[in-house]
Design a protein around this ligand. Structure first.
Ligand code: SAM
Length: 191
């Protein structure tokens, strides 16, 4: 019975993810501007999910490498990219095991994804290794100091001080955390 219901359950789950992540689409332009993401750049979006933001970076003229362990989410993003004629390639995998990329990224976007990772330190080290000099890593996370009206549950939010400590341990030089829209803080880090 469960196996018969699985395709329907998978489709419903994907539909929920698409709808939830689409609510954040407006953040892509704000975050792209904050980190200097521009046409012609290679952008690695880690934890890209269904591609709500990754597709917007591609629409700005970037070549986007969208990475996520969730193959169903990435398949949705790839289909949308094809439909819209956008340059987006998908990589199924975890940041902790980041392998050789088709191109070194100019910008790495890690938005609302770091707090999901089990091995945050390993993930940040792998990201730093994949980056080239002059590249920048952009992190956005929901702020535990926010009211909790939107976004990740309070219990899962990561304090900016913890993110900055992890970045320093992985060898990044990071900016101070800056308040972002919708209860976020953002950090820009260079390898
Ligand atoms: C809340 S969604 C964020 C989606 C998108 N980045 C955004 O800002 O809306 C978190 C994503 O991180 C992905 N994720 C979880 N663990 C990961 C890991 N170890 N490496 C890469 N992505 C991961 C999840 O599959 C999910 O798609």
């Amino acid at each position: 019975m469960q196996a018969e219901n699985q395709p329907g359950a998978d489709a419903a789950r994907l539909e929920r993810l698409v709808a939830r992540q689409a609510e954040k689409r407006h953040l892509a332009a704000i975050w792209a501007a904050r980190v200097g993401l521009a046409a012609g750049m290679t952008v690695l979006d880690i934890g890209a999910g269904t591609g709500a933001l990754a597709l917007e970076y591609a629409a700005l003229g970037a070549r986007v490498l969208a990475m996520d362990p969730d193959s169903a989410s990435l398949a949705y993003a790839a289909a949308e990219a094809a439909r819209r004629g956008l340059a987006l390639e998908t990589i199924v995998g975890r940041a902790e095991a980041l392998a050789a990329l088709p191109a070194a990224p100019d910008r790495v976007m890690l938005t609302d994804a770091l707090h999901h990772m089990q091995e945050k330190d390993a993930a940040l080290r792998a990201i730093r290794t994949a980056m080239k000099p002059g590249g920048a890593l952009f992190i956005a996370e929901y702020d535990p100091a926010g009211p909790g009206a939107v976004g990740a549950p309070m219990a899962r939010r990561m304090d900016p001080a913890e993110a900055l400590t992890l970045l320093a341990a992985a060898g990044f030089a990071a900016s101070a955390a800056e308040a972002g829209p919708d209860e976020h803080y953002t950090i820009i880090a260079v390898p």
